[in-house]
Write a protein that binds this ligand. Structure first.
Ligand code: PCA
Length: 201
């Protein structure tokens, strides 16, 4: 079995992105599955172009995308991706789409195909605060989740795919008065999530 796990580069003036830090720290094999790690650009355009190529090239059985949701206090497993790009904050290319589809003519939405409740249970059992999120927003993370699920759907692959948002790490929140989580805990959450998905059919 092969698992593709992605994190994002920093954005919004941050020096790090705890999602990529967590992915980088993953072992190369989890639960007997090979782990492929990739850092994605915070770019609507590049994600829509590069992620489908990466998925087709690697042909993974499982795709777990991760990103930073600064301001959320817990690990959130996304339920749904919508066919919308809408942002007041420019991406790292300076692009600010308004009410545009991720892919013209694609379905309005896709549900995650990873077992979101099982992942949350596993995290809570390990003492890590986690919950379902019913929106991945309309910024680059939602676009990445939508792109992955759409790529799997149109290419007739069997891969299961989903998205996990992580809070700011403590390092990022030192001067922010915003919720944050230890990077080690974020790392453990992503590792446990991968292990859970690999272990369920
Ligand atoms: N979080 C952003 C994009 C990249 C990231 O890590 C988001 O939630 O859309």
């Amino acid at each position: 079995m092969k698992v593709l796990v992605t994190g994002f580069e920093p954005f919004g003036g941050e020096e790090i992105n705890p999602s990529w830090r967590a992915v980088e720290a993953l072992p190369d094999s989890i639960g007997g599955a090979e782990v492929i790690k990739e850092e994605l650009p915070v770019s609507f355009e590049k994600v829509r172009k590069q992620l489908p190529k990466l998925i087709v090239k690697e042909a993974p059985d499982v795709i777990i995308l991760t990103g930073q949701a600064g301001g959320r206090p817990n690990i959130t497993v996304e339920r749904v991706a919508i066919n919308v790009m809408d942002s007041t904050m420019p991406d790292n290319d300076g692009f600010k789409p308004e009410d545009e589809p991720v892919f013209e003519g694609a379905p309005d939405a896709y549900f995650a195909t990873i077992p979101i409740k099982e992942i949350i249970k596993a995290l809570r059992n390990a003492g890590i605060p986690a919950a379902v999120s019913n929106t991945a927003g309309t910024y680059v993370c939602n676009t990445a989740m939508f792109t992955a699920l759409h790529t799997v759907a149109v290419s007739g692959m069997e891969a299961r795919a989903g998205f996990i948002h992580v809070p700011f790490s403590h390092e990022q929140a030192l001067d922010k008065a915003r919720p944050s989580m230890a990077q080690e805990t974020i790392n453990e959450a992503i590792r446990l999530a991968v292990e859970k998905v690999v272990g369920t059919r």
